[in-house]
Write a protein that binds this ligand. Structure first.
Ligand code: BT5
Length: 259
């Protein structure tokens, strides 16, 4: 991967500027810093290797050189989109699902931020905000996708089973093309962000829908219930063991099938 090939592959897409690094701590850190300096909407930070890739709450994201797709997109919401910022993670997830569908792969979204194929994590998403005082200036959408087998951490380091594209298909398309397809899908879906149709698309892709799942969060007791769908802000709707409706808001949530 190099900057010239990347620019060529992204050619006709209406993305912003592009910063490519052979090696970087975290593309999200770089994008957050660049965003505060005014990077335009849909500007991209891409790295071949991340030495301090991040998951949620300081967890590590593994990105060895030459094995994965790791990038961050600066998302400057329009006035309409400002009211739907909690949907951005769904936008990113749906875009990844669409890109994988183009490779004949059926992906699902494990709420709130994982993309699964055959119930294994192939991609993680980390959406972070840049604030100016009390106002959210923009968001950074970080996406890490496992391509080669070597991108998958050792079993002991995993919180959830993981896989790579190479495990599922051979030969694999070029990284640049996968990136192109994710961005093209995101740009195409973006105008729907505020619609009910968008929430329907997101719900249809939810993993474990109709199944009993366990929800753990550090703040509360473990909850078990049937996964029903999403509220309009992207919160998760469950039916608990007593048949009562429960809403789970975004946070440090871990979701697992109960069985
Ligand atoms: C995530 O966090 O899944 C979000 C990951 C976002 C990574 C992208 S890469 C580009 C951008 N720049 C960054 O610095 N980050 C973003 P979370 O749900 O907290 O999951 C983290 C957990 O996933 C870790 O604790 C490991 O158990 C596991 N993990 C780490 N690396 C993995 C990998 N390559 N594949 C699958 N699982 C992994």
């Amino acid at each position: 991967m190099n900057e010239r090939d990347l620019r060529k592959a992204l050619g006709e897409l209406s993305t912003g500027e592009l910063h490519y690094f052979d090696s970087l701590g975290s593309t999200n850190d770089e994008a957050l810093a660049w965003a505060t300096q005014g990077a335009p909407d849909l500007s991209l930070v891409i790295a071949d290797e991340q030495t301090a890739g991040r998951g949620r709450l300081g967890r590590k994201w593994f990105t060895p050189a030459g094995t994965a797709l790791a990038f961050s997109l600066i998302f400057r919401p329009t006035e309409v989109e400002q009211a739907y910022l909690s949907r951005t993670v769904g936008l990113a997830g749906l875009a990844v699902c669409r890109a994988l569908a183009g490779l004949s792969m059926s992906a699902e979204l494990k709420w709130p931020n994982d993309v699964l194929v055959f119930a294994q994590k192939i991609c993680g998403i980390l959406v972070e905000a840049v604030w100016t005082g009390e106002d959210m200036d923009c968001q950074v959408i970080g996406i890490g996708m496992n391509l080669r087998r070597e991108s998958v951490p050792e079993h002991a380091q995993l919180q959830f089973p993981a896989t790579s594209l190479e495990n599922l298909m051979s030969p694999m398309p070029e990284r640049e093309l996968i990136l192109h397809d994710i961005l093209a899908a995101l740009i195409e879906l973006r105008p729907k962000l505020s619609s009910a149709e968008f929430m329907k698309l997101w719900e249809e892709k939810l993993a474990f829908r109709g199944e009993v799942v366990k929800i753990q969060s550090p703040e509360g007791p473990t909850l078990q219930g049937e996964l029903l769908g999403l509220d309009s802000d992207g919160s998760l709707r469950l039916k608990d063991e007593n048949g009562n409706p429960v809403t789970v808001h975004f946070g440090d949530i871990s979701l697992r099938p109960a069985a």
